[in-house]
Write a protein that binds this ligand. Structure first.
Ligand SMILES: NC(=O)c1ccc[n+]([C@@H]2O[C@H](COP(=O)([O-])OP(=O)(O)OC[C@H]3O[C@@H](n4cnc5c(N)ncnc54)[C@H](OP(=O)(O)O)[C@@H]3O)[C@@H](O)[C@H]2O)c1
Length: 240
């Protein structure tokens, strides 16, 4: 798929990796719907950067754990665009809790934001795609399951299943793929020790950059013969 003149929706695009993906899409000529939940000012910055990159877009607010709010967001999307070509399911929450400390609240928050929401966003997106691409931001935690991030890991495992299932269900006109990033941007509350431990668990002994993830997203969008795939962009973390 050529990205130029396409319409893209990136969830959680106000900051961090989603922000970088949105800007790259704009610099390649796509119009970008920038979703945010609570980071309105950052979302406005993303939109301003999209315009500086020579493209245009809109800002869409939604709490993606609510299916009715997802539907409302797409109603707003429809008032700006006639169709959708690209969805990047990027929004996510990342909460530490081992099985002993996994409350119902933590479990539901992780599953709802990281697995249920991407599914229902993709469901609405697919209704608006003639030919399209969906990229889901997963995690190697979904394959190996980290006990200290139990519900998070299970939610990403569910997302990897959603990825495969949607690849089958939406073929042949929509390709659905996932990326499993390694340590790219750490949570704000991470100590230096936690950051170093994450880096040490990679083969390449360093953190990646948002651009590493952006490059993988663009590769998946531009390649028309890959679907149901999960690409690790993790410095070799998944085989350690
Ligand atoms: N960062 C890494 O090193 C890393 C490593 C492995 C995997 N990943 C995956 O890569 C993706 C991007 O990572 P990131 O660290 O850039 O993400 P992030 O900063 O943790 O989250 C991105 C955005 O998700 C939005 N969000 C969270 N819960 C939401 C909800 N219920 N409804 C709507 N929006 C919600 C938030 O938007 P608001 O701020 O507007 O509320 C947040 O800014 C994620 O899927 C993550 O799991 C990242």
């Amino acid at each position: 798929m050529k990205i130029k003149n396409k319409v893209a929706l990136v969830t959680g695009a106000a900051k961090r990796i989603g922000h970088s993906v949105a800007i790259e899409l704009a610099s390649r000529g796509a119009q970008v719907a920038v979703h945010y939940r609570s980071s309105k000012v950052d979302g406005e910055r993303t939109l301003a950067a999209i315009r500086e990159a020579g493209s245009d877009g809109v800002l869409l607010q939604a709490e993606l754990t609510s299916v009715s709010d997802i539907q409302r967001m797409f109603g707003e999307f429809d008032s700006h665009f006639g169709s959708l070509d690209i969805l990047v399911n990027n929004a996510s929450v990342f909460s530490a809790a081992d099985p002993d400390h996994t409350t119902e609240l933590i479990w539901n928050e992780q599953m709802d934001a990281n697995a249920r929401a991407p599914f229902f966003v993709a469901q609405q997106a697919a209704l608006r795609m003639k030919e399209g691409k969906i990229v889901n931001l997963a995690d190697v935690a979904g394959e190996v399951v980290w006990p200290s991030y139990f519900a998070y890991s299970v939610s990403k495992a569910a997302l990897i299943a959603v990825n495969r299932g949607l690849a089958k269900a939406l073929a042949p006109h929509i390709q659905v793929n996932a990326i499993a990033p390694g340590p790219i941007l750490f949570p704000e509350n991470y100590t230096e020790e936690q950051k170093q431990a994450a880096v040490d668990r990679t083969l390449l002994k360093r953190a990646g950059s948002p651009q590493d993830i952006v490059n993988a997203v663009m590769f998946l969008l531009e390649n028309d013969y890959i679907t149901g795939e999960l690409i690790h962009v993790d410095g070799g973390r998944h085989i350690v």
